[in-house]
Design a protein around this ligand. Structure first.
Ligand code: 9D3
Length: 228
C-alpha cells in the first residue's frame, strides 16, 4: 500500500519512518511512503502557499492552487489514490475508519495543512476529511503519521504476529484486560493468584470480566456504541 503526503514539512516524517514496525515494513516494500513538498507548487518567486483571509481575521489561510497542483501531480502519477484532507473539522478517526482506509488500494494521499486552515474550496478536491481527535495540533503532519501507522499495521505481513490483530481490544470494542509479567511481587503488589493457577478457562473468564468492568468504568462510550 502507498501513502503519499502533501506537506510543507516533509522532514518531519524522516525518523518515524525509519524505526520500528513501520520502518521494517517500508524496507520490506510492504508499505511505500512518498512525501510531496507543497512548497514546490507555491506561487511566484517566493513560492507562496498562503494568504490573508477574505473578510479579515487573524492568521493566514492556505491557498487552493498549490494544493490542487500537488494533488494533480500525485494523481496523474498514481490514479485511484483515496484523497484525504487532514483537518480539525473532519470525521474523527477510529478503528473502523482505519479498517476502511486499509482497503483503499492502491493507497492514500494525505494532505497536511498548516496555518489557520485551508481555503474552503480544497474540500471539493478530496474524498474524505479526517481529524484525529478533539485537541489542537499545529498542522496535519502528526495526524498523517498517526493514520499511516494505524493503517499500515493492518496490512498483511506488517505485524509480526497476525493473531495479535484480532485479539486487540479495539477490534472487540473493549479495553484490554490487565496484564502482568515477572516479578510475582513488585513493591508489595502481587500478580493476581488466578493468573498463576494454570486454569486456562478460569483465566479466560477473569480476563473477559476485567475487560468488561474496566471498559464500563473508564470508557462507557465503547460499550454503548460497539459497531466495531
Ligand atoms: C488556533 C487555530 N484554531 C482556531 C480554534 C483552528 C485550527 C486550525 C488549524 C486548529 C488546528 C489547526 C491545525 N490542525 C490540523 O491541521 C489538524 C488536526 C488537529 O489540530 N487536531 C486533530 N486532528 C487534526 S487533523 C489536522
Amino acid at each position: 500500500m502507498e501513502f503519499h503526503v502533501i506537506t510543507l514539512f516533509p522532514e518531519m516524517f524522516d525518523s518515524p519512518l525509519v524505526g520500528g514496525l513501520l520502518g521494517r515494513a517500508v524496507r520490506q516494500g510492504l508499505v511505500t511512503v512518498r512525501l510531496h513538498p507543497l512548497r514546490e507548487h507555491g506561487l511566484g518567486n517566493y513560492r507562496q502557499v498562503d494568504d490573508t483571509p477574505y473578510g479579515g481575521g487573524s492568521g493566514m489561510v492556505m491557498r487552493p492552487e498549490p494544493i490542487a497542483a500537488a494533488l494533480d501531480s500525485v494523481m496523474s502519477e498514481r490514479p485511484g489514490l483515496w484523497r484525504v484532507l487532514l483537518t480539525p473539522q473532519g470525521e474523527v478517526l477510529d478503528q473502523s475508519i482505519v479498517r476502511d482506509l486499509a482497503a483503499r488500494e492502491p493507497g492514500l494521499v494525505l494532505i497536511a495543512g498548516r496555518y489557520e486552515g485551508v481555503d474552503e474550496r480544497v474540500r471539493a478536491l478530496v474524498d474524505q476529511e479526517l481529524s484525529i481527535g478533539d485537541y489542537v495540533l499545529s498542522g496535519g503532519e502528526l495526524a498523517a503519521m498517526v493514520i499511516i501507522e494505524a493503517v499500515a499495521r493492518l496490512i498483511p505481513g506488517v505485524l509480526g504476529n497476525p493473531q495479535s490483530l484480532d485479539e486487540e481490544s479495539f477490534a472487540h470494542g473493549m479495553l484490554e484486560y490487565p496484564q502482568y509479567t515477572r516479578p510475582e511481587d513488585f513493591h508489595g503488589m502481587r500478580v493476581p493468584e488466578i493468573l498463576l493457577s494454570g486454569d486456562h478457562e478460569k483465566i479466560r473468564a477473569w480476563r473477559e470480566n476485567q475487560a468488561r468492568e474496566r471498559t464500563a468504568h473508564r470508557r462507557p462510550d465503547l460499550l454503548t456504541r460497539r459497531k466495531q
